[in-house]
Design a protein around this ligand. Structure first.
Ligand code: ATP
Length: 239
C-alpha cells in the first residue's frame, strides 16, 4: 500500500486491568472502506473511540496523513479531518433535520462554507432535504443513521469513523446504508473506518478488514479473502 492516510500503530487501551485493545495496528488507505469486525466485547468501539481521542491510549500512536494525533483532544480531531459517528448516531431528536446538520458545521467560522456544506448534504441525501423541517424524532432508524452520517460530513472530514451503523436496523435498511457508504466513497473519495458486528453487511461494502478477538487482531485481509475463510468466519464472525 502507498502511504496510509490513517495509521494506527500498536495501540493499547485499557479499562483498569482489562486490556480492551491490545497492540492493534491498522493502516487505512485514502478512499478505502476498512471494516473492523468482531463479536460483542471484542474491542471494536474502544478502538474507534481511542482513534477519535475520546479515550486515551495507554500506548501506541494514531497518525492522520503523517500527523500524530495520539494526544490531541477529541474536539480538535475535526480540524484535522477526522469525524466520528457514535453507536446509535447521536442525533438530537428534539431538533429538526436541518438543525442537526447545522450543528455538524458550527465549528466552521466561514458562513458561506457552512451553507455550501449544507447544500451539499441535501444533494447527497435527498430524503433529508424532504424532511429538513421535521424533528429528527419523526425519522425512521435508517433516516436517523443517514442524518448522523450527514451531520458528521458537514465538517468535510477526510476520514469517517462509523460505529455500528446497522444497529437496530432491519436487514434491508442496513443494505441501503451500506450502499450509501459505497456511493459516498465513489462521489466524494471519502475514507471510512466501519465498525460492525454485522460482518456480512460490512464485508459487502468494505475493501478490506480486520477481525478483533479479546482486543487482539486475529485476521486481516481483503473482504473477499475474509469471506472465503470458512474457519475464521465460523470461529470469530458467527456466520
Ligand atoms: P460491542 O459490539 O458490544 O460494542 P465491542 O467490540 O465494541 O463490543 P467494546 O465495547 O470496545 O467491544 O468492549 C471491549 C471490552 O472492554 C469488553 O470486555 C467490555 O466489557 C470492556 N468495556 C467496554 N467499555 C467499558 C467501560 N466503560 N468500563 C469497563 N470495561 C469496559
Amino acid at each position: 500500500m502507498s502511504k496510509p492516510l490513517l495509521r494506527v500503530e500498536d495501540l493499547v487501551t485499557s479499562y483498569g486491568a482489562v486490556r480492551a485493545v491490545d497492540s492493534v495496528t491498522v493502516d487505512v488507505a485514502e478512499g478505502e472502506i476498512h471494516a473492523i469486525l468482531g463479536a460483542n466485547g471484542a474491542g471494536k468501539t474502544t478502538l474507534l473511540r481511542t482513534i477519535s481521542g475520546l479515550l486515551s491510549a495507554d500506548s501506541g500512536r494514531v497518525w492522520l496523513d503523517g500527523k500524530d494525533l495520539t494526544r490531541t483532544p477529541a474536539e480538535q480531531h475535526v480540524h484535522h479531518g477526522l469525524a466520528h459517528v457514535p453507536e446509535g448516531g447521536g442525533v438530537i431528536v428534539e431538533l429538526t433535520v436541518e438543525e442537526n446538520l447545522r450543528l455538524g458545521g458550527l465549528w466552521k467560522r466561514d458562513r458561506a462554507e457552512r451553507s455550501a456544506a449544507l447544500t451539499e448534504m441535501f444533494d447527497l441525501f435527498p430524503p433529508l432535504w424532504e424532511r429538513r423541517s421535521r424533528p429528527a424524532s419523526t425519522l425512521s432508524g435508517g433516516e436517523r443513521q443517514m442524518l448522523a452520517i450527514g451531520r458528521a460530513l458537514m465538517a468535510r472530514p477526510r476520514v469517517l469513523l462509523l460505529d455500528e451503523p446497522s444497529l437496530g436496523l432491519a436487514p434491508l435498511v442496513t443494505q441501503r446504508i451500506m450502499r450509501l457508504l459505497r456511493d459516498l466513497r465513489e462521489r466524494t473519495g471519502l475514507t471510512v473506518v466501519l465498525v460492525e458486528q454485522n460482518a456480512q453487511s460490512a464485508l459487502s461494502v468494505a475493501d478490506r478488514g480486520l477481525v478483533l478477538w479479546l482486543g487482539r487482531v486475529v485476521a486481516r485481509d481483503t473482504s473477499e479473502q475474509l469471506l472465503a475463510d470458512d474457519q475464521m468466519r465460523h470461529a470469530y464472525l458467527g456466520f
